[in-house]
Design a protein around this ligand. Structure first.
Ligand code: GLU
Length: 456
């Protein structure tokens, strides 16, 4: 809404009455880098698109067919979602994660991102998120005006949340209502928790009765196919977030799901009430098609195992290459992200005028054409030289066909990756070569670099 300024005799400009929480907000970092990459490519630059985390794989054929068959579905659907889809999602979690639930426990929305916003809108607790964390959790809390508490993590633990860190935060004010978001396989690091760690985290969550939002959107992309939901260990307090975007290659279709335990039904109802006043219902044809994805079957399982096979080989290749170049990072367990730390090059980067993760990304884009997202967008301090890299710039359909033509047990070797994921391997080579060229050349540079590293 606009209002006229009261300034007689002068040109009057409309002034926009912006909510204070939204003033100064800029577009989400993941979407901004995607748009910038597209612009640079249109200008003729050779850009490696490692910014936006979008699945490289096509939507499975049977799911596309289901969408075609349901293009005529034109009616508004129930606000909580199509009954058959809600049932299929509940059965999916029962089958995959041994979760006891029915379609009544499921809420469908236009992307899990939207559902995350709604839960923060209706739930009165603090938002507690580990750092680093996906770029939009914190801005959503900020828009709504909710306090955010960051949970510390360590690079030595692959940036995973340790039970002691959660305990420390909760013990500070034991009865305070909290919404804790746990996300794994992790965006931005690729790390995933083992069963023991999940059990320990679940114990702490139960002791302090936190509402745990388990963002498992990359669960099916656990490289070894060994994803476990923390809802198995804390069923009464865990909401599982999932959707079609990552494992079904359908980010642009916008369909997400939340699965609630019985005793958080009130939260599902409150979110549905807000949904009824905002987006009304998720797109009907997409919901009908999504039934096929969640019901699954041999075609979907084979699609998933090929996706994992490719991502696992590629993730390991990229991580090894970047470590060889001198960066600090772990080998990913799942998903398609890496979160390297350039701290070992602090001296050389400072010499080039780079002292923040944002400057690092801009510099990298300029020098190598590799587009990435700065660590600061994931809640890290501005001067920490970390960034996220999504190894997704390749033709997933072609890579899948080639992998499927090989014997199931054959490893996807470097020759395969260089042939079918060449944009990724080339971009990583560029980074590697650029880092190698930055290594100290003179003894004075070497001494200064050693001094800085000792201090770090
Ligand atoms: N989740 C993806 C990412 O982290 C893209 C979608 C988004 O951020 O909205 O890059």
């Amino acid at each position: 809404m606009t209002t006229e300024t009261n300034n007689p005799g002068k040109t009057s400009y409309p002034s926009v009455n912006l909510n204070l929480n939204v003033r100064g907000l800029t577009p989400s970092a993941t979407l901004a880098i995607n748009e910038l990459s597209a612009e640079l490519i249109a200008q003729g630059r050779d850009i490696f698109k490692f910014g936006l985390g979008q699945s490289p794989f096509p939507v499975p054929r049977s799911v596309v067919e289901a969408l075609k068959e349901n293009a005529h579905q034109k009616d508004y659907l129930p606000v909580k979602g199509l009954r058959e889809l809600r049932d299929a999602v509940a059965q999916y979690h029962g089958r995959k994660h041994s979760i006891q639930c029915t379609g009544d426990n499921v809420l469908v929305g236009p992307g899990s991102k939207e559902l995350m916003f709604l839960i923060q809108l209706v739930y009165y607790g603090d938002l507690c998120i580990p750092t680093p964390s996906w770029v939009s959790y914190e801005p959503q809390a900020h828009i709504i005006g909710r306090p955010v508490r960051w949970l510390r993590t360590q690079a030595d633990n692959n940036w995973g949340l340790m039970p002691a860190e959660l305990e420390e935060l909760c013990a500070d004010d034991p009865d305070r209502p909290r919404l804790v978001i746990l996300n794994y396989p992790h965006n931005p690091t690729g790390y995933s928790y083992g069963k023991d760690k999940l059990r320990q985290l679940a114990e702490v969550a139960r002791r302090y009765r936190v509402v745990l939002l388990s963002d498992e959107i990359y669960g099916e992309l656990h490289h070894a196919g060994k994803h476990t939901s923390i809802a198995e260990y804390y069923p009464e307090g865990t909401i599982i977030s999932s959707g079609l975007s990552k494992w079904c290659g359908a980010g642009g279709w916008r369909l997400g799901t939340f699965t609630f335990p019985d005793n958080l039904h009130w939260l599902l109802d409150a979110m549905a009430a807000v949904a009824s006043e905002t987006f009304t219902a998720t797109s009907a044809p997409i919901q009908f098609a999504a039934i096929k994805a969640f019901v699954g079957g041999p075609e979907i399982e084979s699609y998933l195992s090929t996706s994992r096979r490719i991502l696992s080989a590629l993730g390991q290749h990229c991580a090894a290459k970047l470590r060889d170049a001198g960066l600090r990072l772990g080998t990913p367990d799942g998903g398609f992200y890496l979160f390297p730390d350039f701290g070992a090059f602090e001296y050389e980067l400072r010499e080039s005028g780079v002292s923040s993760s944002e400057e690092l990304c801009t510099h990298l884009l300029d020098k190598t054409g590799v587009a990435t997202v700065p660590g600061s967008a994931f809640g890290r301090s501005k001067d920490e030289l970390t960034l996220r890299l999504a190894y997704v710039d390749f033709d997933g359909a072609e890579a899948m066909r080639a992998a499927d033509a090989l014997p199931k047990e054959a490893a996807l070797d470097e020759a395969f990756l260089r042939r079918y994921c060449s944009r990724v391997t080339d971009g990583i080579d560029r980074l590697h070569d650029w880092l190698s060229s930055m290594r100290p050349q003179t003894s004075f540079q070497l001494e200064s670099a050693v001094r800085i590293r000792r201090r770090a």
